[in-house]
Design a protein around this ligand. Structure first.
Ligand code: ARG
Length: 563
């Protein structure tokens, strides 16, 4: 049983009229473990019981059934609880040994779906670091929700529609070279796109041509569709190469184009409900009552639909298709206004499920402290960057363990894991500076540091030739192992907190603490020496490795057994 719960129910037993949840909210973790594992301050009871808090504390401490605890002592107005390390460690180690990587699985989701809109790069444009953040955060959220019993549906809402495709078609027809596009699709298409935008400044008729081509595309013109399809396919080949490197998969690649024939319904419903207003020839939904200054622009004066029109159609489609319990959009915080509008329009349309929609924003990445800008040449090209991370990881492994058999595989796991971990340990809303050297370092709060702790434990277990048995009882009561046991005991709660807050950094920070606590333990304890506690110590190693590996898996990071 959860120790906080246990203490709350024991206190509630001896103090009449005190609710368990009140006790739970008052329990504190003392800064110093000399003051016990948990403390209950008696101040708040002074008024109701009309006694001094010191007296209340000592009364309660005396009456508590101490059989679950090492001791319960009143210190001034506090009651300090010292948990019984032996029985709690036996319980926790027993659970991990019995359940392995299923430890901390929960049934909260009841098998319901969580739709996760993630990655969603734009066709014919470079995959940005923002798209990387969305990919990595979204993937981890999917793992977290699956861990607590939901089914994650990972959706890549590709930016594959809009007037820019009219621009691209015109540019390609004027200046395009098939072979060049085939060789470096995104690079070539981007060049064409930049060129036509520049030329359109002086030749506005190009804009008109582009609009025409986009209209043709929307109407299903054969030539327009063929070119669009080709640009899309070629771009996806490049994106998929990166997804393979990152080990990220999707359940759907339905992007904006998929909703081309599904927007009429949105406009019809809005019209039927009297929500559309005309504003300078355009159709808009006024959202002032939601404190949203700008109305949502649904249709332009020339009849063209917009990004939000497609997102409205997508939301309706997802609700029907997946009947989601939650629908999550992992998109940079520069799009916050868009998602506020999206939710508000759906609410206006009368969909109660609009409350289940959450925009999960994240902060900006900088390089050498400066904002990234394609124009100023401050860019991070992802494929070469990932390759560089892998080769730096390989160099470190070469130094540490030159005889390692599957070096390449491990270098890949460490290099890719390093980038992901660094991103995920950052509080989502904060940005960070993209510093490859810091990411791949084996020291500090990094992925390789946690992976290395895991691999070190695996090597101890191999040396001891130890496999835990579900029939044995493993228990420990020293202070260093206790730190580890408390963390492992907390893992299920940590996972729920991370999922509820859409915050993988909670898991990354947990993994760092667990790895650090283990390294401290390892420095103090001769695990392999003959000792009556040897098996329990090895079981602690096993449990730590199991939980570290699972925490890394939740972050989408691999845990090699040797490195
Ligand atoms: N393609 C967009 C961009 O790169 C992100 C799309 C996010 N998802 C969505 N449903 N709007 O900015």
């Amino acid at each position: 049983m959860d120790t906080k719960q246990l203490i709350a129910s024991e206190i509630a037993k001896v103090v009449p009229n005190l609710e368990q949840h009140t006790v739970l909210s008052l329990l504190e973790t003392p800064k110093n473990s000399d003051m016990g594992d948990l403390a209950f301050p008696a101040f708040s009871l002074a008024k109701i019981m009309r006694k001094a808090p010191q007296i209340i504390a000592s009364d309660i401490a005396e009456q508590i059934d101490a059989s679950f605890f090492e001791k319960v002592v009143a210190v001034g107005p506090y009651i300090n609880f010292f948990l019984d390390k032996s029985s709690i460690s036996a319980d926790i180690l027993g659970q991990v040994v019995a359940q392995g990587s299923n430890y901390a699985n929960q049934e909260i989701g009841g098998g319901r779906n969580v739709a996760i809109d993630m990655s969603s790069p734009n066709i014919a444009k470079p995959f940005s670091i923002g798209h990387l953040r969305s990919t990595v955060i979204g993937d981890s959220l999917a793992n977290l929700f699956e861990k607590i019993g939901y089914k994650a549906v990972k959706i890549n809402h590709l930016g594959d529609w809009g007037k820019q495709f009219g621009m691209l078609i015109v540019a390609y027809k004027k200046w395009g070279d098939e072979e060049a596009v085939k060789a470096h699709p995104i690079n070539e298409l981007l060049k064409l796109y930049i060129r036509i935008n520049a030329e359109a400044e002086e030749h506005p008729e190009l804009d008109e041509e582009a609009r025409d081509w986009f209209r043709k595309l929307e109407a299903g013109d054969e030539e327009a569709i063929a070119l669009w399809q080709w640009f899309r396919d070629e771009s996806l080949v490049e994106f998929n190469r990166l997804y393979d490197e990152l080990g990220v998969t999707f359940d759907s690649f339905n992007g904006e184009a998929f909703y081309n024939d599904k927007m009429d319904e949105v406009v019809d419903i809005l019209t039927e409900k009297g929500l559309l207003e005309e504003s300078q020839g355009a159709q808009v939904v006024n959202l002032e009552k939601y404190d949203i200054e700008h109305p949502a622009l649904i249709k332009k004066s020339d009849g063209a639909t917009l990004y939000i029109t497609r997102d409205l159609a997508a939301a309706l489609y997802r609700k029907r298709q997946y009947d989601f319990a939650k629908s999550v959009y992992v998109v940079g915080n520069e799009q916050s206004a868009h998602f506020k509008q999206l939710k508000a329009v759906l609410k206006e349309m009368g969909y109660a499920w609009s409350d289940d929609i959450t925009h999960v924003p994240f902060g900006l990445v900088t390089k050498e402290g400066k904002k990234l800008s394609t124009r100023k040449g401050n860019v991070i090209l992802l494929e070469p960057t990932v390759a560089e991370a892998i080769s730096r990881a390989a160099a470190q492994i070469e130094g540490k363990n030159p005889n390692l058999a599957n070096k390449e595989e491990v270098a890949h796991a460490v290099g890719v894991g390093a980038i992901k971990f660094y991103d995920l340990k950052t509080d989502r809303l904060n940005g960070y500076d993209f510093d490859l050297e810091a990411m791949v370092s084996f020291e500090g709060e990094t992925g390789p540091y946690v992976q290395y702790a895991h691999a070190r434990i695996q090597s101890i277990l191999r040396k001891a030739d130890f496999t835990p048995s579900t029939d044995a009882t493993y228990s420990l009561n020293d202070a260093e192992s206790w730190e580890i046991i408390k963390l492992i005991q907390d893992f299920p709660r940590i996972i729920v907190r991370a999922a509820n807050n859409f915050e993988p950094s909670i898991i990354a920070k947990f993994a760092i603490s667990l790895a650090q606590s283990f390294n401290k333990y390892y420095a103090h304890t001769r695990i392999l020496d003959e000792n009556p506690e040897r098996d329990s110590r090895l079981a602690l190693c096993y449990a730590t490795a199991t939980v570290l590996k699972e925490a890394l898996r939740l972050l989408g990071v691999e845990a090699p057994n040797e490195m």
